[in-house]
Ligand binder design. Structure first.
Ligand code: KIV
Length: 277
């Protein structure tokens, strides 16, 4: 391959074809620099509606708007060159009808350049997923714990334990039959996640699910140790950037107060530089 050859960004159908193969790697991103950081390592990058809690300090994802998703989607798109981008549909932008979902999904795709959208829900969203996929909108489904339904689920609890497992199995079957190209399984028992992964022919992307899923996703600020407001059991902190940031800010404040920053190397002399001939 020549140095100038274009890198081919995977398509939703490429990701679907990875079922049962090397695990798909994904993280969220909401800004250009973080997108640039995760791009070389991820198969797809999710502009999650977790942006509302992580970057905007909202108490849940319910207050996230179309405008926020589009703005962050555009920022992430500028930082990606290899990974596929998926953008979350925010609460209230797709539940009313398949037509409403198409109007908003097509706007997200047109204005961000994302390859696919993600929406929450199983059986009840199957008609919408079918409507979208038949009209050129690839859909990543999201079942199990669906944070936009937090008020009806009654908390961020594990979904699908005991007799409730059948509900999640039905959701998995429904989104697969409706044409989703992959499905996020959030906070379901590991054995159920493995059962679903073996049962459906689209990739399962786990978050708080099982290492046996066809891929994994995490909120990037969680795994970097930047978002420390709370730490769900399923988050592993691969870095401690929050602590490193704290220490750096404390050092900066101390040096400003001691007038040791800026140092001579950070300030400009009044000598006019000679221009190069
Ligand atoms: O909004 C989000 O970040 C998600 C997760 C699955 C990572 O939906």
């Amino acid at each position: 391959m020549s140095a100038t050859a274009q890198i081919r960004v995977p398509t939703p159908m490429d990701l679907k074809a990875r079922k049962g193969q090397e695990p798909l790697v994904s993280l969220t991103a909401y800004t250009t620099p973080i997108a640039q950081m995760v791009d070389p390592h991820c198969d797809f990058v999710l502009v999650g509606d977790s942006v509302g809690m992580v970057l905007h300090g909202l108490p849940s994802t319910l207050g996230v708007t179309m405008e926020m998703m589009i703005l962050h989607g555009q920022a992430v798109a500028r930082g990606l060159s290899r990974a596929m981008m998926v953008v979350d549909m925010p609460f209230g932008s797709y539940e009313e009808s398949p037509q409403q979902a198409f109007r908003n999904a097509s706007r997200i795709m047109a204005e961000t350049g994302c390859a696919a959208v993600k929406l929450e829900g199983g059986v009840e969203m199957a008609e919408t997923i079918r409507f979208l996929t038949h009209r050129g909108v690839p859909v990543m489904a999201h079942i199990g714990l669906t944070p936009q339904a937090i008020n009806t689920l009654g908390g961020y609890t594990v979904q699908g334990r005991g007799a409730d497992a059948q509900r999640i199995l039905d959701d998995a079957d429904a989104v697969t039959a409706a044409g989703a190209f992959s499905v996020v399984l959030e906070k379901v028992p590991a054995a159920l996640a493995d059962q679903i992964t073996a049962r459906i022919d689209i990739p399962t992307i786990g978050i708080g699910a099982s290492a046996g899923c066809d891929g994994q996703v995490l909120v990037v600020d969680d795994m970097l140790g930047l978002f420390t407001a709370f730490k769900p059991k399923f988050v592993k902190r691969f870095g401690a950037l929050g602590e490193a940031g704290d220490a750096a800010v404390a050092q900066y404040a101390a040096e400003v107060r001691a007038r040791t920053f800026p140092g001579p190397e950070h300030v400009f002399s009044d000598k006019v530089p000679e221009t190069k001939k």
